[in-house]
Design a protein around this ligand. Sequence first.
Ligand code: SF4
Length: 697
Amino acid sequence: DEKKPDKWVFSTCGYCGVGCGLYIGVKDGKAIHTKGNPKHNVNMGTLCPKGLSEHDMLNSPDRITSPLIKKEGVLSASSWDETYTKVADEFKRISKEHGAKAIGVIGTGQLLTEEFYTLGKFVQLGLGTNNYDGNTTLCMASAVMGYKQSLGSDGPVGSYEDFTHADTIFLIGANIADNHPILTLHLNKNKKPNKKVIVIDPRASKTSQMADLFVPIKPRTDLALYNGLAYIIMEQGWEDEGYVKANTNGYKELKKHLQNYPPQEVSNITGIDVKTLYELAREFSAQDAVLSAWTMGVNQSFMGTDTVSAIINLHLLTGQIGREGAGPFSITGQCNAMGTRETGFTSSLPGYRNFGDEAALQEYAALVNVPEEIIPRERGYKYAEIIDAIDRGEIKALWIVATNPLVSFVNQEKLRSTLAKLDLLVVQDAFMSDTAEIADIVFSAATWGEKEGVYTNSERRCNRANKAVEPLGDSKSDFDIILEFSKQFDGVNEMLFNGWEKPIDAFNEWKKVSKGQLCDYSGITYELLEQEGGIQWPCNEERPLGTKRLYSADIAFTTKDAKANLICADWFPMAEPISPAFPALLNTGRTVEQWHTRTKTRSIDILNDLAPEAWVDINPEDADVLKVKSGDRMAVSSARGRVEDVVVRVTQSVRAGNIFIPFHFNTELVNTLTNDSFCPKSGEPNFKQTAIQLHSA
Ligand code: SF4
């Protein structure tokens, strides 16, 4: 009975973008258990190790339990009033002396949708700065921009159900067994016994072990591969001519462009033999339903946006989109990266309204009753551009919400020296992160399980997250912090949040704002979300139980002529080529037991027992040259820094000349090594290939 909860609270996992339904077990006001929701159709009662131990992070010793102000170099507990006033005074001074755009804000995919909407509205319309972006630019920005340039709008196309219905699933740069573990359940062959799973990845992973065919591609040659497959589809007449004519623009231009990607040339670039190239291309026309799912291996690239579009090209050419089991499918990293994309104020205005679309801007202003002049006409700086603007002295204050760039961003040494130039660094977080440690002021935030709202997962499913316990100590929900802080600025709270008290107030406005948009939430209620186990937008009067997939017969592309764009994109060699000084390539990624920069997971015993430290995967050939074996320690250096004392795992999973190190650990800080090359369209960093040198210890 000691371990028996008094009650079970319906909620959703707050880690990854799979969006598993769960219950939080509460006893005497404390969360003591987590269990999967057997009726939830995402996870059917199962959870991965992180979900199963999620309640343990609530009482982590790393929690911040009161607001903090740095006094004589030490962060010291303070009152909320003093903390709000101090930050507001400094924001007002900076704004007066340097303009409002001298304030930058970096948010996160960890907040609830109601919180994103409130934060974005406050930052853009209240503080008056459009230099606002999220850590979502480190993971999903290339998918966003790829969807936009190909289909007219952001928005994942299909459903997890499509994994079950597909005849062939391509998993591209997506190690879902580690990163989206519960999604692997949807690869089952119950409905399609002949289903083929094809994994395309430079590294053999737990996911490739589940594949019917593993295609080990040379690192960062993926765009050439998809152009090559499109070439073959056109050469062989494997297109769906009727679909292409009725639904796309740019066929002739693409055909001409692809003359640079004949099979032998693509084989030379990618290391995939010509016969296999034809087999892969054939899948798109030979099968009824083909699904291509990708994640960071594609997005985190200096060609990320165009690589996404090159994948979408294949689906448009063959009509493999908008049908059961068919479509391009971006798998989202964080629990609510989708929420920030939809509610906007980063890559678009709320409801996927484009910056620069005057009619859309006026519509939004009228809906929320604010003057049009205060709405930004253009996007401000993206994440990396905000960092550069700090470096130039243009941005003087930075407010970071629930993200930890001092582990997660590239080129750490440069970042650390750049952040030191700020007049003011404010960090809002539930955990004493590496970034919070160097902050001038900390807003102590509540976290998952202590607050309520909605998360939207990779398949556009909006899920309900409930409050199970009170926020720890004197911490407050991000929603409450933003609302209270906004009262420090004359007239802002009254103009933007008049009468708002609870997340439902933000949700109701968001429903109004999203009505009629692709991401229409107008038919969603909190009650319906619990009753149905989540709802996939668009959900409105015509679609009261949501929508399984976009761009089927009754949902047109959101371009001007309702046709999708076939995109001509070129492949380029490596952003940072190997050299005699740095002759090998580093790839980074994740492991199932840890979450991002470990602020949430580092004090959970079971997870740390399973994954206590970083490691380096190294091919036996390289291990022989270095004279290291599994269990030894080694160092890795790049043009930017060095990581010492990483434990060695000798494995065939990486090719000779390539290594892999997970990025979670601040002790073996792999982003000390990574370079700052970015996708010019999305601003997403090229985390995946860094030229390095290996050193035996
Ligand atoms: Fe949570 Fe993702 Fe694990 Fe599901 S798969 S339990 S959403 S971390």
